[in-house]
Design a protein around this ligand. Structure first.
Ligand SMILES: Nc1ncnc2c1ncn2[C@@H]1O[C@H](COP(=O)(O)OP(=O)(O)OP(=O)(O)O)[C@@H](O)[C@H]1O
Length: 272
């Protein structure tokens, strides 16, 4: 039996609680993610996907419930403390990197994830350069020749590929991918998703990935959740996930959810 990496118990999140605008964004989430699971998360706008990731990363204080990572109760730990164990890649390629620093300097920073440090003290020890080069080579984008390039000068896809690599340079207990390819063109998005799958498998990572694309949610990962109105309404893994088709997923969703979803909804976009 695999070890539980992440356990969430009865998690509720509210926005503007007690006001006329109150939103009950997560309505009693219970889940366990075991080592090596790569969960893709889909759901319509406002379903609660980002709120779930924010609750896990600590950017959003938990209203009620418990978040446990590798047996540690992290419910009340700060984002910085959690960053020692949890790596996150955002939609915007600019969010994961320091634009004015070189590729090598950014990678050196990534090795210090979760530590308090001053940017002025970040150097790139020469001893790390071969390791960075080797890691960049795996991306197959020729970036191993650009260690000294300012990262802000690279394309969004190149930056996102490096951000992903940086997130895994120091193996995290949990990797959170927050629509990390949504800002990329379809071809680059597919490249970065392939790379994601490869890194997750090779490094034996445990990962949660939000996507708006049902095809991608089916194609990548080994478990799939669909969220609806703050609840996980579909949870499939293993062979069931492998053989899933978009119509199957729609049927599962329509059985479980409060609303009917049709195949022309944004959620289904299959253009990337
Ligand atoms: N900071 C906030 N203040 C008020 N309401 C919020 C806030 N953040 C999220 N919400 C509300 O909480 C609910 C869940 O939002 P969330 O962003 O988690 O959905 P999502 O599934 O990530 O949606 P999307 O796919 O559109 O990004 C929505 O009703 C949203 O309007």
């Amino acid at each position: 039996m695999s070890e539980a990496v992440l356990t969430i118990r009865d998690l509720h999140q509210y926005f503007e609680r007690g006001t006329i605008n109150e939103t009950h964004a997560l309505q009693g989430i219970n889940l366990t993610v075991t080592e090596g699971e790569f969960v893709t998360i889909i759901g319509g706008n406002g379903a609660g996907k980002s709120t779930l990731l924010n609750s896990i990363a600590g950017t959003l204080p938990v209203d009620t419930g418990q978040v446990v990572l590798e047996g540690k109760d992290i419910t009340y730990d700060s984002v910085t403390t959690r960053a020692r164990w949890i790596a996150r890649v955002f939609q915007d390629p600019k969010m994961g990197t320091a634009q004015r620093l070189s590729v090598a300097e950014n990678m050196a920073l990534a090795l210090k994830r979760g530590e308090h440090h001053s940017l002025f003290r970040i150097g790139t020890p020469r001893s790390s350069r071969p390791r960075f080069k080797e890691a960049l080579k795996r991306l197959n984008l020729g970036l191993e020749e650009r260690l000294d390039t300012e990262i802000g000068l690279l394309s969004g896809g190149q930056r996102q590929a490096i951000t992903l690599l940086m997130a895994t340079l120091q193996k995290p207990e949990l990797l959170l991918l927050d629509e990390h390819t949504a800002a990329l063109d379809p071809k680059t998005s597919a490249t970065v998703l392939q790379l994601t799958q490869q890194l997750v498998q090779e490094e034996d990572l445990t990962a949660l990935m939000i996507t708006h694309n049902m095809q991608d949610a089916i194609k990548y990962g080994n478990r799939l959740w669909m969220l609806d109105h703050g609840r996980i309404v579909v949870d499939v893994a293993g062979d069931e996930k492998k053989h899933l088709t978009v119509p199957d997923l729609l049927e599962l969703f329509n059985k479980a959810s409060q609303e009917q979803m049709t195949d022309d909804e944004l959620l289904l976009s299959s253009d990337n």
